[in-house]
Design a protein around this ligand. Structure first.
Ligand SMILES: Cc1ncc(COP(=O)(O)O)c(C=O)c1O
Length: 343
């Protein structure tokens, strides 16, 4: 009953096989290998545009590096108050941008409220010498509450930056989960909705460790700057072919979408079961593979005693995360255990 995080899940066997298959002969390093080129071509098909891609080892590294090519040291990055870049990256975005200021905004279910965005933009007019000018809007999809911004919701927010020399970053650590729940195309949810850079995560959805910073055409000319920052920051993996190999297998035959659908379906089953228990409340719409539940203390304690793993969120709720290899019987056992104690 491991619902701690999708990063506690193993890598999918097909990705491990792909790493083994890539482990033959010599290949150019630092992303100049043939597999990386094939993955870039595949991503161009998937996203329907002339993008550039750079692989990174962690979501934090890809977020920080991506933001560093969008935000100057004296610029501001607007994000949700719950955003991973704000709460969980130990100042990496500020460090890599050389001082970029994160401005956290509020909004229900970890989605930036439009009125908050409007108010903040009004407070920071372009050219006001005293304030850090807004240079980036960062949206997480899935959000940190497990909800998905629809393409229209992304567009509504990105449109607010019109007239400013500002860019849009999307933290897509769980982009696949958002995408399959919305049923739109990758292009519709990103560049067509005004996103300039996507940090496209595979690690939480079946990879051993592979993230991709995807630069859409509006900022593709920053690729060399991104590479230089990755190198200087000590994040450039020499044998990048092994990261590319994971992406290649993950994207083949829509495996990435199937794995996300599986994880999402498990989260739905879990949420439905928990919602039916007396005294339990599901706090946010379950759009992806995360369930946030307010559990009676006795239920939470009983589940932990029975060996269930989940995080207690700062607001006291339980965060339960499913993955591509969650088993239905784990969910059944958890619900049965919770049902025995529920008032
Ligand atoms: C929304 C979000 N973004 C980014 C990350 C990346 O984290 P890491 O640096 O651990 O790969 C995470 C991990 O939990 C996350 O939940």
């Amino acid at each position: 009953m491991n619902f701690l995080s999708d990063t506690t899940a193993p890598a999918h066997p097909k990705l491990i096989e792909a790493i083994a298959a890539a482990n033959t002969g010599f290949e150019p390093s630092y992303g100049s290998d043939a597999i990386s080129a094939r993955v870039e071509a595949r991503l161009r098909d998937i996203f329907e545009c002339e993008l550039k891609v750079l692989f990174a080892v962690s979501g934090t590294a890809s977020n920080a590096l991506a933001l560093s090519v969008l935000c100057p040291p004296d610029g501001a990055i607007l994000c949700h108050d719950e955003a991973h870049i704000h709460r969980d990256e130990r100042g990496a975005p500020e460090f890599y941008t050389g001082g970029g200021k994160l401005i956290p905004l509020r909004g229900a279910h970890a989605k930036i409220e439009l009125s908050e965005l409007d108010r903040t933009l009004a407070e920071i007019p372009e050219g006001f010498v005293h304030a850090s000018p807004v240079r980036v809007l960062s949206l997480s999809n899935l959000t940190e509450s497990g909800t998905a911004y629809s393409a229209a919701e992304v567009s509504e927010r990105t449109a607010r930056l019109k007239g400013r020399p500002a860019f849009v970053h999307m933290d897509g650590a769980r982009f696949a989960n958002a995408l399959v729940s919305l049923g739109c195309t990758p292009a519709e949810l990103t560049w067509k909705a005004g996103v300039d850079v996507l940090c496209f995560g595979a690690t939480k959805n079946g990879a051993l460790g592979a993230e991709a910073v995807v630069l859409f055409p509006s900022v593709a000319d920053r690729f060399e700057s991104l590479q230089a920052r990755q190198k200087r920051g000590g994040h450039m993996a020499p044998k990048m072919r092994f990261m590319a190999a994971q992406f290649e297998a993950w994207l083949a035959d829509d495996l990435w979408l199937d794995l996300a659908r599986t994880a999402n379906a498990h989260a739905q089953a879990l949420a439905n079961g928990l919602a039916a228990l007396p005294g339990t409340r599901i706090l946010h719409p379950v759009d992806g593979n995360e369930v946030f539940a307010q559990l009676p203390d006795a239920v939470a304690a009983r589940l932990r005693a029975a060996g269930a793993g989940f995080y207690q969120w700062p607001d006291g709720s339980a965060r339960l995360v499913t993955s591509w290899c969650t088993r239905a019987d784990e969910i059944e056992t958890l619900l049965e255990t919770a049902g025995q104690i529920a008032p």
